[in-house]
Design a protein around this ligand. Structure first.
Ligand code: GLN
Length: 190
């Protein structure tokens, strides 16, 4: 199985190591042609405005959107969540706009813009998982087909709509493989 990671910037190598630990091949995706023959794709953390511009400049925005709409499993972590959202509360610029969620960028403000916490996410694993937030967004509204996987202090920080998974936090920056296992499970099934 080939798992793509959008390779423009951000936490690419960290995702790669986790996917390889699970025994799958990684494709560092920077060109539209590389979207063929993927079993899933990860949109990593980084800076969503920059990644959105690069998606347009490389001609990848439209083909990637079509792939996702036709069922390619996708996981957006942090900035990746922003790229996938149909609606952004505090940014007029939408990007892929495929998932029925509204997202607030930099939702934790400047005081606690980075923090970590342990949480239980029964849909993903029986063990508690460490969650690392870095200038993180969260979800402020979900459509009726969106499954909420985790709330922290009442805020939605993980959700799934069919083939699309989003997390506000960065499992690739911890030793825990639960989310990568969950996502590759989505890729196997599709
Ligand atoms: N604050 C970033 C943005 O708005 C996301 C941060 C991250 O991906 N760690 O794009």
């Amino acid at each position: 199985m080939n798992i793509g990671i959008l390779g423009f910037q951000g936490a690419v190598i960290e995702h790669q190591r986790h996917i390889e630990k699970l025994g799958y091949e990684v494709v560092n995706v920077r060109y539209p042609e590389q979207l063929e023959d993927l079993d899933g794709i990860i949109l990593p953390g980084g800076e969503s405005t920059t990644m959105g511009k690069l998606l347009v400049r490389t001609g990848m925005m439209e083909p990637l959107r079509r792939k996702i709409e036709s069922g390619l499993p996708v996981w957006g972590t942090c900035a990746g969540m922003i790229l996938l959202a149909k609606e952004l509360e505090n940014d007029p610029q939408k990007h892929l706009a495929v998932m029925d969620i509204c997202v607030r960028r930099n939702a934790y403000g400047t005081q606690i813009d980075s923090f970590d916490i342990m949480a239980e996410i029964p849909a993903v694993t029986k063990q508690t998982v460490p969650l690392v937030f870095i200038r993180a967004p969260y979800v402020t509204r979900v459509g009726e087909n969106v499954e909420i996987l985790c709330r922290i202090d009442g805020h939605i920080v993980a959700a799934r709509e069919g083939n699309m998974l989003v997390t506000s936090f960065h499992p690739e920056l911890t030793d825990d493989l639960a989310f990568h296992r969950y996502f590759t499970g989505m890729c196997v099934k599709s």
